[in-house]
Design a protein around this ligand. Structure first.
Ligand SMILES: [Zn+2]
Length: 99
């Protein structure tokens, strides 16, 4: 009965979050934190924006999955659709729509 070989970081498990797209649990550090600003979802690149966050793998396929599942309104507890164009622009690496 060995207890070694677990994911241990100084005796504590690394914080994990579930990707809102593919629903896979991953270390928080691997996921992009997203926050809602009015009816937009924006990437919280510095991890400093206040409020409820959602986590997403930094990949367009997870973003598309999340959109298809309407995961963002659920994650942010709002009814209306949310605009994810800034997240998409960030993932595509394009400077448009970046403030
Ligand atoms: Zn994912």
């Amino acid at each position: 009965m060995r207890q070694h070989g677990k994911l241990e970081y100084g005796g504590q498990a690394a914080p994990q979050r579930t990707c809102v797209g593919c629903r896979v649990r991953t270390a928080k550090s691997e996921l992009l934190r997203l926050v809602r600003v009015e009816d937009h979802v924006v990437p919280d690149l510095r991890g400093r924006l206040p409020g409820r966050g959602a986590s997403l793998h930094p990949s367009l396929s997870c973003l598309e999955l999340a959109e298809r599942r309407r995961a963002f309104p659920r994650a942010f507890r709002v009814r209306g659709p949310l605009d994810v164009s800034r997240v998409r622009a960030h993932l595509e690496g394009e400077p448009r729509n970046v403030m």
